[in-house]
Ligand binder design. Structure first.
Ligand code: GDP
Length: 463
């Protein structure tokens, strides 16, 4: 009868929806990197490549696009109401005007829905179109640098920081702060004013280390990227030599309490609230800038990367596993701004990054995490040009250089293919000028290998 068949149809529809829902997938893709590593440019470009430029000329290595199975992608309202939305439109408008977007300095999110056709298998039998929901989460890499604090009490942390402060290159700038600490009687009754003053001094030091010395092992990270916590007393602490049995009203006791509160309410909170829900993580690294800064800065960046990696290796540092059971199954290290090199040297940059993480990589593979290293550029700012000089063809790059504000053709240095020792470091160092973003005549973003990045991070979810 008609009634029955209508019922059956309704049932079929419901079953179909159920199956569909079961198949609709969701992936939380976290994007991090120290400030200026290129997170804002990366997310803006990624959204634009997926929503407006998802064609096989633009993304030949992204299989869902290359196989013409991508239907459409668009930004949709996010479900997390407590995280600001990534200002994608602002970023795009800046790029369209030939400017770099303003960097974001806190956690942000953006939800994308990617509609695609299945490439075959079980999925293809149930429905033509599927949707993959991608939550992009952008957060400052400075916050990740706080991870080790979870495993340290105040006295251990203080000892480590004071040791760092007493060594080159920090010691020259830290002398004044260290001598004030010497005069500070930490077992005397607390003087809030004095604590606040020393905390401000410590923060100024960290900011100086970051901006002028370009160092990366800096704690607490929120002093550099406070997000909502700017000016909050929970951030007003600094390292102190240990005072055994400090009385409860002493300065030492107060700082110890603040440190503990920071670790629990800020660091641990971030990991529980966000980090342990990430499925995939891309970490952007600006190797070219740290090469420019010289051997010391470069070495410290490597140390920071390796420290960071050791925390993804859950087998090894199992305190993290106990605390949060993170579920990241793919980790991508991407050396950004590869368009500052000529194309023939892109692979050198990838090899260099690979050399930095080589040791830690083995442990991660052991823990079942897929890890890759790549050299890429989210928004190309140069074009390749060949210049003849004395009968020799030179592979140069050309673009509008930022310092001179002029169009410039430049022969970029070859980056080292592996980590150099201090004695191997070239006498004149490295120099990689920066350029303004360079879009095509019809306002399309050009990239280097962002399709490889997309394939590694999302390809398997779009089969
Ligand atoms: P964030 O602080 O990690 O969000 O970094 P941004 O995305 O704001 O990037 C910082 C700066 O790096 C930009 O202003 C650009 O000068 C440069 N940059 C970022 N991405 C690229 C890229 O793909 N190519 C080039 N050439 N420069 C880039």
């Amino acid at each position: 009868s008609i009634k029955q068949s209508a019922k059956f149809k309704q049932f079929q529809h419901q079953a179909h929806q159920l199956v569909q829902r079961g198949f609709d997938q969701h992936v939380k893709l976290a994007v991090t990197g120290l400030s200026r590593s290129g997170k804002t440019a990366f997310i803006t470009a990624l959204v634009q490549h997926l929503t407006e430029q998802a064609n096989s000329q633009n993304l030949p290595f992204f299989s869902v696009v290359q196989q013409h199975r991508m239907v459409a992608a668009k930004a949709v309202p996010q479900s997390a109401l407590d995280i600001p939305t990534f200002p994608y439109r602002d970023g795009l408008n800046a790029l369209l005007q030939g400017q770099w977007p303003e960097s974001t300095e806190r956690i942000n999110t953006l939800r994308l829905a990617i509609k695609y056709r299945s490439g075959g298998g079980l999925r293809a039998q149930f429905s033509e179109n599927h949707t993959l929901i991608v939550d992009l989460i952008d957060y400052p890499g400075e916050w990740l640098m706080d991870l080790p604090m979870l495993d340290m009490d105040y006295s251990t942390w203080s000892k480590q920081q004071l040791q760092l402060l007493s060594q080159a290159p920090r010691v020259t700038q830290a002398e004044e702060f260290l001598s004030e600490l010497e005069q500070f009687d930490a077992s005397a009754p607390v003087d809030e004013q004095q604590l606040a003053k020393l905390a401000r001094q410590y923060q100024a030091l960290l900011v100086h280390f970051k901006h002028d010395l370009k160092l990366s092992v800096l704690q607490p990270g929120r002093m550099l990227m406070p997000g909502d916590l700017a000016g909050a007393p929970i951030l007003a602490f600094f390292p102190l030599p240990e005072v055994i049995d400090a009385p409860e009203n002493s300065g030492y006791f107060h700082l110890k309490k603040r440190y503990q509160a920071y670790v629990k309410d800020v660091v641990q909170h971030f990991y529980q609230q966000h980090f342990c829900h990430f499925d995939r993580q891309i970490i952007l690294v600006d190797l070219l800038s740290s090469l420019e800064q010289g051997a010391e800065v470069f070495a410290e960046q490597n140390q920071a990367i390796n420290q960071l990696l050791s925390y993804f290796s859950y087998g090894k540092s199992n305190f993290i596993k106990r605390l949060f059971a993170p579920k990241i199954d793919k980790l991508l290290f991407a050396a950004t701004k590869s368009d500052h090199l000529s194309a023939e040297h892109h692979k050198d940059l990838a090899l260099l990054l690979d050399d930095i993480v080589a040791h830690a990589k083995n442990n991660l593979v052991f823990d079942g995490i897929k890890i890759e290293t790549m050299a890429m550029s989210s928004v190309a700012s140069t074009k390749a040009v060949q210049v003849m000089q004395d009968g020799e063809k030179l592979n140069c790059i050309s673009g509008k250089e930022m310092k001179s504000q002029h169009q410039m053709t430049f022969l970029p240095a070859q980056p080292p293919m592996r980590v150099l020792s201090a004695t191997e470091w070239p006498k004149h160092g490295f120099n990689f000028p920066s350029f303004y973003p360079d879009l095509t005549a019809d306002k399309k973003i050009r990239h280097v290998r962002i399709d490889h990045v997309l394939e590694f991070l999302l390809g398997d979810k779009l089969r």
